[in-house]
Design a protein. Structure first.
Ligand code: IPT
Length: 960
């Protein structure tokens, strides 16, 4: 007796499918007719693969009572079922190739007419699906035309013989789970549906089938060679180059090369008897030479990101404008490379990469990460039964994308262990396309690959690899190195980017890296603002590990992106106050697209600015450029130069004046704020001590007010709401300070008052700050003075006992009744921490308290401004000696720490007594670095904040 119906056997079949046409090159349009079948489709959801028969596919079926969904789209984001997020665990029993009986299945139905003029007698037609997750069976006009797997890959079916002028019925049954799901265990939401375009293509007699554009560039002669191999003979023309040749025939002419920095494309046409296909040809040659990845004879440095496709409402169903936004944002942030983690993207994205200029590692739709839990037993990539599916995936990627100049490397997939199937994929790809390199990070010995690639290797290891001291197989030792993933951008961070870039730029063998990752996959949600793993009641999930991007879900840049932009800027400025050394750090382009500016600041305020004449240096060159005579400064104070490189004219990706690089050079340094104690404390009868403008509680020594401004709870503070990087990844064996800080009670420090001494010219409050249960603490002395109108505070901290962990922060915090506008002189405009402050520019800045917050999806420490000389808010001006880290928020660090989503944070109110306040301010002498331990190395030693004797001062004044 059988419990499983054979009608759905294909779901658990390891084969790639049946009925589809062989894969071929994709082109966005031609003069052949086409019909988009995107739009509203009828939809019915069933709980199992075989709950419904195939009657719905018959013409005449009445689907009037069905729901509707948008195609492209995911039904779980349109009110049917729910998304599931797991990092690498399969959300079903690992029993390959079997999948659960509970297998959400979506029947999709669409009736369409052919457009006027579509000639059914001329040739045939092809039905193309650009992406369906995870397995589909297709009927046209009641005829079963096949089924397929390979979610982020195209599948085409010949359907000409089935078409009618009107009333065509297209039925698609989509199963959430299939054998293919075992090959698609990427760290992302599981989102079933027809999520990319569905198109009907007329194929007139004699129209184009597959074709391969070979367009190489010889950097020695400056000539390009074009040869278009085509399954259907025809002619190839490129007007701008006077080319008109037969397919298959090579032609060599002088050309401008294509690079990511100079994305020169030539418009051409491939004309066969039945079709004219527009071509966009980029001449470039990719080679492994002298142990390096070279394009057009020059080694390239990848300043890359890993890009998953994401939209906060539409999931992986991206429209062209969203894709363009990604590319524009990348270009504007100096990014030059994308790894399409972990599947081939929507094909239009690659057209944009060709056009705007980005190097692409195109990655196959393959990941079997969950098998790691069983020591990789039964891994499909090491089981011959699955090899046809793997080869099918490789071919569908390579054939679809082979005509893109931006694609320079093919990647076999991600986190799939090792096995014969991967070797076969690599062999097939090498055989099909000798003009590109093959990548796979899991191939640690580089048996099958052309690039040594790793993920999350720490700075020291990358340096060892750069020096060639990492050993490895003989083959690996001769290969270039990239980090296909590094600097995990989860929450606040990643830290240590500048340090990585220094290593990347120091060793030829290191050819750069790709940040993990581009965008937070938060789902827009009424309850939480943005939802992450677990918010849909998943039984297994990995929480906010899916929110680890350089841009927020709405594509607003996070501070991490701003930092990355600075660290990878294409021009370097080094200066001594009289001249600047300008270096063109690009690989190909000269500096002619850029204009240069200087400005001079006194006390952070620009007093004069002008143009800087910089020669159009070739890639790699530097020159020394003299700065003008410093303008006469009005009054004394801190002075500095700021120089900028900006776009000289509008480009396709940025407006004239867009800043691509900058540098700052101090001229005269900062002087300590002048402050001389002139009057002593007065103990009044009402339990208060007054000192200049301030009042204190006589018993506790607590500050009550400065002039009319009430101040709450000013005291030493060492706690910060731990960041994802502080907490670290649970699987990591390294020390994770977020956990240790909690163990040692740094989030619940007690303040013991030893003495309140209103003597001489100071009020001295002696305390010991320590957590319950532990013997270590911080002996803390607050020394308050006044110059008559202002209030001075010097905090002295002496560690006591055995401190084995660094401090999250060290400074004071206090509450104010209210504050809105904030002004400061120091680092800005954005957030910075010790190892994320390359992009922090010294100047005068202003903001509101709300805008100081960085909206990390899981709330955590954020928003500090670095190197602050003075800040003004809530009626107070605060000067620091030395400079301090400034933070202000409408909640406490404890509330921030307790929140799971931004919607958990509610602004404080100053009503009542006790610790209530409207705004909480932290003035920090030190902050612990950020690192990227949420998946990678922790904070480098030089950015750790160790407990040690410290002294720091502030001057507070009431301002009107
Ligand atoms: C690495 C994965 O390749 C990537 O998909 C993502 O999960 C990333 O980690 C973390 O966000 S695998 C890593 C755990 C070694």
């Amino acid at each position: 007796m059988s419990f499983r119906t054979s009608a759905t056997d294909y779901v658990e079949d390891v084969s790639p499918g049946s009925g589809a046409l062989p894969p071929r090159a994709r082109y966005p349009h031609s003069d052949a007719e086409s019909l988009s079948l995107n739009g509203s489709w009828r939809f019915r959801l069933s709980p199992t693969a075989d709950a419904e028969d195939d009657a719905f596919a018959e013409p005449g079926f009445d689907a009037g009572g069905w729901a509707e969904v948008s195609v492209p789209g995911h039904w779980v984001l349109q009110g049917h079922g729910a998304p599931i997020y797991t990092n690498h665990l399969y959300p079903f029993p690992v029993d390959p190739p079997r999948v659960p009986t509970e297998n959400p299945t979506g029947d999709h139905l669409r009736v369409f007419d052919l457009p006027e003029g579509w000639d059914l007698t001329d040739g045939g037609a092809v039905l193309r699906f650009d992406g369906v997750e995870s397995c589909a069976r297709v009927w046209l006009n009641g005829t079963d035309i096949g089924e397929f797997k390979g979610s982020r890959l195209p599948h085409e079916f010949a359907v000409g013989h089935l078409l009618r002028p009107a009333g065509n019925v297209l039925a698609v049954r989509v199963h959430q789970w299939s054998a293919g799901s075992y090959l698609e265990d990427q760290d992302q939401w599981w989102l079933p549906g027809i999520f990319r375009d569905v198109t009907l293509l007329h194929r007139p007699a004699g129209s184009v089938l597959d074709f391969f554009v070979h367009a190489s560039y010889d950097h020695l002669t400056g000539e390009g060679t074009l040869r278009v191999d085509s399954d259907v003979d025809g002619r190839v023309s490129v007007a701008a180059l006077d080319i008109d040749v037969a397919t298959g025939e090579p032609v060599t002419v002088p050309v401008e090369a294509w690079t990511a920095e100079t994305p020169k494309l030539y418009d051409g046409v491939l004309a066969t008897e039945g079709e004219r296909v527009p071509l966009r040809i980029g001449f470039r040659t990719v080679a492994l030479a002298d142990g390096l990845i070279k394009v057009n004879g020059t080694p390239v440095l990848f300043k890359g990101v890993n890009r998953h496709e994401w939209h906060p409402e539409r999931g992986r169903a991206l429209d062209l404008e969203t894709m363009r936004e990604d590319v524009l944002l990348m270009k504007r942030h100096n990014i030059n490379a994308v790894r399409t983690s972990h599947y081939p993207p929507h094909p239009d994205f690659l057209d944009l990469c060709d056009e705007y200029g980005l190097w692409v590692i195109d990655e196959c739709d393959l990941e079997t990460h969950g098998f790691t839990e069983q020591a990789w037993r039964d891994n499909p990539v090491d089981d011959d039964r699955w090899t046809p599916a793997l080869l099918d995936r490789a071919a569908r990627m390579v054939e679809r994308d082979k005509n893109h100049p931006s694609v320079v490397i093919w990647s076999l997939g991600n986190e799939a262990g090792t096995g014969r199937g991967l070797t076969e994929m690599a062999e097939w790809i090498h055989g099909r396309d000798s003009g590109r390199l093959v990548h796979y990070e899991g191939d640690i010995d580089c048996r099958d690959t052309d690039v040594y690639s790793r993920m999350y290797a720490d700075h020291a290891e990358v340096e060892r690899i750069g020096r060639g001291l990492d050993g490895g197989t003989h083959k690996r030792r001769r290969l270039p190195f990239i980090q296909c993933e590094y600097a995990h951008a989860m929450g606040n961070g990643p830290g240590g980017l500048a340090d990585y870039q220094r290593v990347f730029e120091s060793y030829e063998r290191i050819q750069g890296g790709f940040i993990w990752e581009w965008i937070d996959h938060g789902i827009k949600d009424d309850r939480y603002g943005y939802a992450y793993g677990g918010d849909f009641g998943e039984e297994l999930h990995d929480g906010n590990f899916v929110c680890d991007g350089l841009v927020f879900p709405d594509r607003r840049p996070s501070p991490g992106l701003v930092e990355y932009k600075k660290v990878i800027e294409p021009v370097r400025f080094e200066g001594d106050g009289t001249a600047v050394r300008v270096t063109n750090k690009q690989d190909f382009a000269d500096l002619s697209a850029l204009a240069f500016e200087w400005s001079y600041q006194v006390g952070g305020e620009t007093v004069e600015s002008g143009r800087l004449a910089v020669p159009a240096l070739a890639a790699g060159e530097s020159a020394e450029v003299k700065l003008p005579e410093p303008p006469v400064a009005t009054g004394s104070g801190e002075t500095q130069w700021t120089v900028r490189a900006v776009l000289a004219a509008d480009t396709g990706w940025g407006p004239q004046g867009h800043v691509v690089a900058w540098g700052q050079f101090p001229v005269s340094g900062r002087q300590s704020p002048s402050f001389a104690a002139s009057a002593g404390p007065v103990v009044s009868g009402d339990g208060l001590i007054t000192l200049g403008p301030a009042a204190f509680d006589a018993r506790s020594g607590a500050l009550r007010s400065i002039g009319p401004v009430a101040v709450t709870g000013l005291r030493l503070d060492v706690w910060r709401a731990t960041t994802d990087n502080d907490d670290g990844a649970a699987w990591q064996s390294d020390i994770r300070y977020g956990t240790l800080w909690r163990k040692f009670g740094l989030h619940r420090m007690r303040h013991l008052v030893d003495a309140v001494e209103p003597t001489g010219d100071a009020l001295t409050v002696r305390t010991r700050v320590a957590p319950a249960a532990w013997e270590f603490g911080l002996v803390t002395v607050y020394r308050w003075t006044t110059d008559g109108s202002r209030l001075g505070l010097t905090v002295s901290v002496t560690p006591d006992g055995d401190w084995t962990v660094p401090l999250p922060r060290l400074g004071v915090r206090f509450g104010l009744p209210a504050a809105d506008r904030v002004r400061w002189f120091g680092g800005g405009p954005g957030e910075a921490y010790p190892d994320t402050k390359a992009a922090s520019m010294v100047g005068r800045w202003q903001s509101t308290v709300d805008d100081l917050q960085t909206p990390y999806l899981r709330p955590q420490e954020n928003g500090a401004r670095a190197d602050v000389r003075w800040a003004e808010l809530g009626g107070l001006r605060i000067e620091g000696d030395p400079e301090f880290w400034f933070t202000a928020r409408r909640w406490t660090s404890e509330q921030l720490d307790a929140a799971a989503h931004r919607t958990d944070l509610t602004p404080g109110t100053a009503s009542g007594s006790g610790s209530a306040a409207g705004v909480w301010v932290n003035l920090d002498h030190g902050q612990h670095g950020i690192g990227s331990q949420s998946c990678g190395p922790g904070v480098l030693p030089q950015y750790q904040l160790h407990a040690g004797p410290a002294e720091f001062s502030f001057v507070f004044a009431h301002i009107g």
